[in-house]
Ligand binder design. Structure first.
Ligand SMILES: *Cc1c(COP(=O)(O)O)cnc(C)c1O
Length: 374
């Protein structure tokens, strides 16, 4: 197997899920936790949708969350039978599959609801939907004032069931967010309004990772963590009360080393010249594997417990590391690009260097990078 791999540390995944479950159990006196929905969209944030789902369900997660019907198709074909929330709206051409796979889609407008009901009727199925209310994200979701009429419409549909009412938070990853608290209040008001109208709102849910970590008042009946399950905080702003362990280790191997004199240019554009006589190692991973080219002359890697600088431009399939004039490392040594090792870079460090967030970093290893499960 090519040495460039994404090793998925399933023990860390288990640790994170258990930690988050225990944390959400802390709110109530009888230590009953809210329902737990693990986001496995985007191929489990790059970790593998089926493998993550299997562990989440084994540990007692009640729901899985996907963004694409194709992801749910994959889960069902692997025998996953439980509830799967579909977080994104989709093309009506996929409604029959939603009904046949018994998915739980978010809905937010009248036309979508009517079309989904017709497709469910054609399949002779009943689809359980979750009404998405926009309380401040500015994305998909009805206005809170519309929720009651849409809920009534759902109840009047012969082939839909109202299973939940939910919202999403744009700034729950910031400390002491009164905006997030206000959103939760709006959702609670909507649920109360439905109940007052004799409508059972079903499961009320809102909390993404940021809210799971800091805002117990947003947990309602179910939480929907994603990034924290994979071992990262959603941002650098919040306090870090929970020990989360990175699950993905992006690694490769030294395949070649060469002693070069001072002043040798390295890689495309010759953007780096060696400052002294040294040894340059080549690592067979590049932006074609999802290793960001912005790490050229900036990032570091971990080899045998020591950090070494990336020198020159990251190529499509390879990059170079300066391992110093008297290297202790050699061809065949493992190179960690990011991962759980405290001494080396993690996805958050890579994100900070490349102007993005850990989410995008763990999603970035491309299809040619095999996922290896430990
Ligand atoms: C992705 C997603 C989540 C999880 O968000 P994290 O920030 O990764 O915890 C929760 N809810 C919805 C609707 C999502 O799309």
């Amino acid at each position: 197997m090519r040495p460039t791999q994404a090793v998925i540390h399933l023990d860390n995944l288990r640790h994170n899920i258990t930690t988050l479950m225990e944390h959400t159990a802390s709110r109530s006196a009888n230590r009953r936790r809210p329902l737990f929905c693990v986001a496995v969209k985007a191929d489990g944030y790059g970790h593998g949708v089926c493998e993550v789902a299997e562990i989440a369900l084994e540990l007692g997660a009640e729901y899985l969350g996907v963004a694409a019907v194709s992801e749910a198709t994959k889960l069902r074909s692997q025998g996953v039978g439980g509830p799967i929330l579909l977080y994104s709206l989709t093309d009506p051409a996929e409604f029959a599959t939603i009904a046949e796979l018994d998915l739980a889609p978010f809905v937010a407008d009248s036309e979508y609801i009517a079309k989904l009901d017709r497709a469910a009727a054609d399949c002779r199925r009943v689809v359980g939907v979750h009404l998405k209310v926009d309380t401040g994200m500015g994305r998909v979701g009805c206005r809170p004032e519309e929720a009651r009429d849409l809920a009534s419409q759902i109840l009047a549909c012969g082939h839909l069931r109202l299973d939940g009412v939910c919202t999403h938070f744009p700034v729950a990853d910031t400390p002491n967010s009164s905006f997030t608290r206000r959103q939760a209040e709006r959702l609670a008001e909507v649920a109360a309004e439905l109940r007052a109208a004799g409508i059972n709102p079903g499961i009320v849910h809102a909390a993404n990772s940021g809210a799971v970590i800091e805002y117990p008042e947003t947990w309602f009946d179910m939480v929907r963590p994603g990034i924290s399950v994979y071992g990262y905080y959603p941002s650098g702003d919040q306090e870090r009360p929970l020990e989360l362990k990175p699950v993905m280790e992006f690694r490769s191997q030294i395949v070649f080393t060469k002693r070069v004199p001072k002043g040798t240019g390295i890689s495309y554009g010759l953007s780096y010249h060696t400052e002294k006589d040294t040894v340059i190692a080549t690592v067979p991973a590049g932006y074609g594997d999802g290793f960001n080219r912005l790490l050229s002359n900036r990032g570091e890697v971990l080899i045998r417990g020591t950090r070494y600088p990336i020198v020159g431009r990251v190529c499509m399939d390879q990059f170079m590391v300066d391992i110093g004039p008297e290297p202790e490392v050699q061809t065949g040594d493992t190179v960690t690009l990011f991962g759980p090792d405290q001494d080396g870079p993690d996805a958050e460090e890579i994100a900070n260097l490349t102007g993005t967030i850990p989410y995008e970093v763990t999603c970035s290893p491309t299809a040619r990078v095999p996922r290896v499960y430990r």
